[in-house]
Structure formats: structure tokens, C-alpha cells
Design a protein around this ligand. Structure first.
Ligand code: FMN
Length: 216
């Protein structure tokens, strides 16, 4: 059993080696203050590469990312996020969104290249028919549910790689879309502040397994 951390005093316990999934799950916290230490492009690329390993229904991978470093842009995003301070202070803010219309427009890239051509064509046709029957809004929500799987990956992998995060839904989506040029039909999955924490975050509080699961 892992003892609860009862202090919020910052102690940097990270090691250069990646944390296991279990270690990352237990030690990840939402961190809202960041040290002035850069996150490199390579680190962000690696994080997004690993995040993209997330599963999605039909393997459609409808998640998209805008990586924001520029201070003025972060300040503007912070204003759209009700002045949440981590948006302006983290070295990187990732705007993650789901774009089902782009996904449907590029099914030739999405469907597995290893399929025989007739099977590929039939799969693409089947997907067009299936999602064509849904409203724009319904399939946008469907895509966002897939993107949320990748969001969980991103938060966990970041922690495993020695980075801290703060996922956020507290923002005006229309303002964020307008600022970043995200298409109107897309759904913003989350803003994610990313960096090296200057605090530990709140003490974790979670349900027990017995509170949320039944075994039959
Ligand atoms: C989708 C999502 C949206 C969230 N939105 C915000 C937010 O806007 N502002 C904030 O300070 N924390 C936000 N949080 C952080 C949660 O409050 C936090 O994950 C929760 O209290 C558990 O704490 P922990 O992340 O430190 O384990 C969000 C978390 C998630 C997963």
C-alpha cells in the first residue's frame, strides 16, 4: 500500500528513469505552478507520439493538438480560461481537440494500409455511411469520447516521463477556438498545462475499489 502524501511542500522525487504506469498513476497530480525550466520540442513530440498510441474505436484517432509556447498566446489563452494561472505560467500549453470532420475527410489515411484494397474501400464506405447518419454534433461528441482516452494517456505518460500536467475544462471554448484557429465544428477536449512542477499539487483523494466496482 502506498502511503498518502500529506504535505504539499514541493519535493522533487523524480528520477531520470521513466516511471512505471503504476508509479505514474499513483504519483500524478494536477500541478498548477511550474518551474521556469523549458520543455523541449523533442519532449513534446515524444509525449504526443506516445499519446497517439491510445486506442480508439475503428482506430479513427480523431484527436488533434495545438502546442502553444509563445507567452503572448499563453496569456491570451489564460484570459479565455478565466485567468487560470497555470495557463500563463507553464512553459507549454497543449490545446487538445477532437475533429471528426477532418477524420471523415481523410479516411484513406485512417484506415489500415495493410488491408487489401477491396476491404479498405468497403471499410471506408462503411464508416462514411455509419457516421453520415449521425448529426454533426453527435459525431463530434463521439470523437471527443475517443480523444478523452488519449487525454488519459497523455497525463499518465507525461508523469512517467518526468513532466507534470494540469488538465483543464474551465475555459470558453469559442474563445479558444477563435484564438487558435480550431475549426468551429471541433470539440476542445482539454487545455493541458505542461512543464516541471514547482509544487506537488493537492493530496490525492480517491474512491476505494469497493465504492465503484462490484464483482460477480
Ligand atoms: C477533464 C478535466 C478537466 C479539469 N478542469 C480543471 C480546470 O479547469 N481547472 C483546474 O484547476 N483543474 C481542473 N481539473 C483537475 C481536477 O480538478 C483534478 O484532476 C482532480 O481534482 C483530481 O486531482 P489530481 O488531478 O491532482 O489527482 C480538470 C481535470 C480533468 C480530468
Amino acid at each position: 500500500m502506498i502511503a498518502a502524501d500529506l504535505t504539499t511542500t514541493f519535493v522533487d522525487t523524480r528520477t531520470p528513469a521513466a516511471l512505471s504506469a503504476a508509479e505514474a498513476a499513483v504519483s500524478r497530480r494536477s500541478v498548477r505552478a511550474y518551474r521556469d525550466v523549458p520543455v523541449t520540442d523533442d519532449e513534446v513530440r515524444r509525449l504526443l507520439e506516445l499519446t497517439g498510441r491510445a486506442p480508439s474505436a475503428h482506430n479513427l484517432q480523431p484527436w488533434r493538438f495545438v502546442v502553444v509556447r509563445e507567452q503572448q498566446q499563453k496569456n491570451q489563452l489564460s484570459a479565455a480560461a478565466f485567468n487560470q494561472k497555470q495557463v500563463a505560467s507553464a512553459p507549454v500549453v497543449i490545446a487538445m481537440y477532437a475533429d471528426m470532420e477532418d477524420t471523415l475527410a481523410s479516411l484513406h489515411e485512417v484506415v489500415h494500409p495493410g488491408l487489401p484494397p477491396e476491404k479498405r474501400d468497403a471499410t471506408i464506405e462503411g464508416l462514411r455511411t455509419r457516421f453520415g447518419r449521425m448529426t454533426l454534433e453527435a459525431r463530434g461528441q463521439w470523437a471527443n469520447a475517443q480523444a478523452n482516452i488519449a487525454l488519459g494517456y497523455l497525463l499518465l505518460i507525461a508523469r512517467s516521463e518526468g513532466l507534470d500536467t494540469s488538465p483543464m475544462l474551465g475555459f470558453d471554448p469559442e474563445a479558444v477556438k477563435a484564438q487558435l484557429g480550431v475549426p468551429a465544428h471541433a470539440t476542445i477536449t482539454a487545455l493541458i498545462a505542461l512543464g516541471r512542477g514547482a509544487e506537488d499539487g493537492f493530496v490525492s483523494h480517491r474512491h476505494t475499489v469497493d465504492r465503484v466496482a462490484s464483482f460477480r
